[in-house]
Design a protein around this ligand. Structure first.
Ligand code: SF4
Length: 342
């Protein structure tokens, strides 16, 4: 949960996740949708699916792996996680290289290299392995992680209070601020999507389950396709939901930051002439399926809109007129502030 996510953001997810799945057996036996539902909002959903598969694999083997090499064979477990678990939980003498430890190691060795350079990481790992006290790898790794997080900071290393000062090449040469070498700036590509907000006569919203491996894999979202305009989106949306959608009105646009690109979503209120053959209609207040953060925010905005309408304010919802499905949704409260939501 903590990979690429702040501890404060994770805390409440962690609590409810452990409450629902107190043992690996509970997690292994859960439905994938339940796992995703409790993960919804954290992003990087492939991690949740991998964790679920890993729990099943551990249950199948009837034992936890004990070495880093064995941990790496589990779905979703990379070199750092494997070494961290093997050293901290099972006492294996291996070095766990997280980004903090790599930075500390590069500075100790005085290596002018990027943190992602494989040769430099290998040099750091070899050097740290030489000084690792046998039987204490867990403490050693955690001490280096903490040193990187609190003393050997990325921008302003606090060398004056650092216990490793006298072993540090970068300190001696005065190069700590230039190590690691920053990677060249990379522009994230920009992709446009059109999403359709389709509501049935009782105000429920059409959602589709995304295929595994794609964006928001296995989660439920509004029907959406990659397109720059409604005109371009109509045919692929038809293929998705199995019925023609007509635009009622443009509702909102929001940006969402994915790992490798930024997506701009244009949400359009739409009606369909026939009930769709794919997806399901869910109540915005109780969707009952796992939603990614932007879809969940949109649902909350719709609930707010409905309660405003029921107090005698705006007209909202959908009506079936002359046998056809008509949506009269107005723009929900603008969730353009999802910012970097997941
Ligand atoms: S002396 Fe400075 S650069 Fe070297 S490890 Fe300590 S904090 Fe980092």
């Amino acid at each position: 949960m903590l990979q690429q996510t702040r501890t404060e953001a994770v805390a409440r997810y962690y609590q409810s996740f452990l409450k629902a799945f107190p043992t690996v057996r509970h997690l292994a036996r859960a439905r994938e949708q339940e796992v995703l539902r409790l993960w919804a909002g954290l992003g990087y959903y492939a991690r949740a699916r991998a964790l679920h598969r890993a729990a099943k694999e551990i249950l199948r083997r009837r034992a936890f792996p004990t070495t880093a090499a064995e941990w790496r064979r589990l779905p979703g477990v990379g070199a750092y996680t494997a070494a961290a678990v093997a050293s901290i939980a099972f006492g294996e003498d291996v070095v766990a290289l997280d980004s903090n430890v790599v930075r500390v190691g590069l500075r100790l060795l005085g290596l002018q290299a990027k943190a992602s350079d494989a040769w430099a990481r290998a040099a750091v790992e070899a050097a740290l392995h030489k000084v690792l006290p046998p039987g204490l790898a867990g403490d050693f790794n955690q001490a280096l992680m903490d040193l990187g997080a609190t003393v050997c900071l990325p921008r302003s290393p606090r060398c004056k209070v650092c216990p490793l000062q006298r072993f540090c090449e970068a300190y001696v040469r005065g190069t700590a601020n230039r190590i690691p070498v920053p990677p060249p700036p990379k522009d994230k590509p920009f992709r446009r999507f059109v999403a359709a907000l389709v509501r049935d006569p009782s105000g429920r919203v059409l959602v589709l389950q995304q295929p595994p491996g794609g964006l928001w894999g296995c989660l439920w979202t509004l029907p959406y396709v990659e397109a720059s305009s409604w005109q371009e989106a109509r045919l692929p949306l038809f293929r998705l939901v199995g019925t023609h959608l007509e635009q009622v009105k443009s509702l909102l646009r929001f940006s969402h930051s994915f790992t490798h690109f930024t997506g701009e979503f244009h949400v359009v209120s739409a009606r369909c002439t026939q009930p769709p053959s794919a997806g399901r209609f869910v109540r915005p207040q109780r969707p009952g399926v796992a939603l990614p953060a932007p879809t969940a925010r949109l649902m909350r905005a719709l609930v707010t809109e409905q309660s405003t309408a029921s107090r005698g304010g705006i007209s909202s919802g959908s009506t079936r007129t002359n046998g056809s499905w008509r949506s009269r949704s107005r723009t929900p409260a603008d969730p353009r502030s999802p910012g970097k939501g997941r």
